[in-house]
Design a protein around this ligand. Structure first.
Ligand SMILES: Cc1cc2nc3c(=O)[nH]c(=O)nc-3n(C[C@H](O)[C@H](O)[C@H](O)COP(=O)(O)OP(=O)(O)OC[C@H]3O[C@@H](n4cnc5c(N)ncnc54)[C@H](O)[C@@H]3O)c2cc1C
Length: 398
């Protein structure tokens, strides 16, 4: 594969750099660079700056307002955005529900939902997992019963990321119990302001409110919020999941964090009497670097496949496993590099306006929050063990 850039691609890279320098929100850049937490306003401001540039629908078809970028342009954009320390795009609207709506929704639904997703006016969350249906997602039991022209929804979704910000939730619901468990599942769009919806925060190990339980108590949903055909939700959900897994690999972000790690190592190497940077440690650093380069090539293969109109295939499972393992490996290198300095974990010091002592030396680079938060990456989007099952079935034929 030839990855040297053409003159046109270099011009595009300059355009991206210019945008990131001049028009990406400065407040978001500042928070990211200082290692502070972002809030809803920050994430929306970043995505709206992309929208204003015509760059919000990175993977969308042009007829629905997509950027029209080819695989290389997408690669360049994500690489440059990560280098400029900009945050990832919140995937639930732009990268998850939108492809389902533009592929399987009717024209009325496309007109109604897609513009507000593209402009990030409306925040979406994902209602797939349930207390008794995670890896075995098809066992889900949240029930939607059609009465007249409304569904009545009852049940509980869990681990729902950032549902506290959401205006809408896309849900897998059970509309039939009679056949195979995959057959009676439907894909329903539900307004989060509907009477009967309540949220319960789940506080994670890093002290954050990132996930929730969402309860549905006889929630009335117009029947025209059903995507596609009743009972075909499993097919639509699978398309969405492959897109989700590709995004979770976060190769560009890992490259950026790896560069930071190298810079910190260099600083410590120049410091007398530091115990951490030895040949065993450096061998681990090199192994991670090699894996990172291989992963980047796999991501390029998947991006080219998407660019030619294909949905990402089982390669997305490879990307998910390796991408998340690498994120965690880099966290662990930071942890070892920081030694005792990684221990004092005071979540407040990562909030804007924190007035206490800064307990973490700068070279620790948010070790504790990254380490704790990234425990999730090998679990969500379908755990890594489940991805190995998918690879065994689809690639090896077991
Ligand atoms: C931080 C976070 C955010 C999330 N956000 C969302 C969200 O926004 N929306 C949403 O719908 N879901 C979300 N999830 C849920 C996520 O997709 C599930 O946690 C995941 O699918 C695993 O399901 P589970 O937690 O029920 O674990 P289980 O399915 O109970 O699995 C427990 C363990 O058993 C292993 N296991 C299970 N079955 C097999 C098998 N057949 N073969 C081998 N090993 C197996 C798993 O790998 C895992 O290690 C999120 C999860 C986390 C942690």
């Amino acid at each position: 594969m030839n990855i040297s850039f053409t003159p046109e691609e270099l011009l595009f890279r300059d355009q991206v750099r210019d945008f990131l320098n001049k028009r990406a929100p400065a407040a978001v850049k500042h928070k990211q660079t200082a290692g502070l937490r972002l809030d809803k306003h920050d994430m929306v401001a970043w995505q709206q700056s992309l929208f204003e540039e015509g760059w919000a629908g990175i993977n969308w078809p042009v007829e629905h307002g997509g950027s029209g970028w080819n695989a290389t342009q997408k690669y360049i954009f994500f690489d440059e955005a990560s280098k400029a320390n900009m945050p990832r795009i919140v995937p639930f609207g732009l990268n998850m529900v939108a492809p389902v709506i533009y592929k399987f929704g009717n024209e009325e639904q496309q007109k109604r939902f897609l513009p507000d997703i593209l402009s990030s006016k409306v925040w979406w969350c994902q209602g797939y997992s349930e207390p008794n249906a995670g890896s075995d997602l098809a066992s889900l039991s949240t029930k939607a019963e059609l009465q007249g022209d409304h569904y009545f929804v009852n049940g509980t979704k869990t681990w729902t990321t950032l549902a506290q910000y959401a205006d809408w939730i896309f849900c897998l619901v059970r509309t039939d119990n009679s056949g195979r468990k995959q057959q009676g599942i439907s894909f329903l769009l539900i307004n989060m302001n509907s009477p009967g919806i309540s949220l319960q925060p789940i506080i994670t190990i890093d002290g954050q409110h990132e996930v929730n339980e969402v309860h549905f108590d006889n929630v009335q949903v117009p029947a025209n919020n059903l995507i596609g055909e009743e009972g075909k939700g499993w097919t639509y959900a699978k398309v969405l999941l492959t897109h989700e897994r590709t995004g979770i690999a976060r190769v560009a972000e890992s490259k950026q964090r790896f560069c930071l790690l190298q810079a910190r190592i260099k600083e410590l190497q120049d410091t007398p009497d530091q115990p951490h940077v030895n040949s065993v440690f450096m061998a681990r650093v090199m192994a991670v670097e090699i894996d990172l380069v291989s992963l980047e090539y796999t991501e390029l293969r998947v991006l080219s496949s998407i660019a030619t109109g294909n949905a990402p295939g089982p390669e997305s499972s490879i990307l998910k496993i390796l991408g998340t393992e690498l994120q965690q490996a880099i966290d662990e290198l930071f942890l070892d590099l920081s030694g005792l300095h990684a221990l004092p974990f005071v979540p407040d010091q990562y909030s804007l306006g924190y007035a206490g002592d800064n307990l973490e030396p700068h070279y620790a680079a948010n070790t504790a929050p990254h380490y704790y938060n990234n425990r999730k990456v090998s679990i969500y989007g379908g755990s890594n063990e489940i991805q190995k099952n998918i690879i065994a079935k689809q690639i090896l034929g077991f």
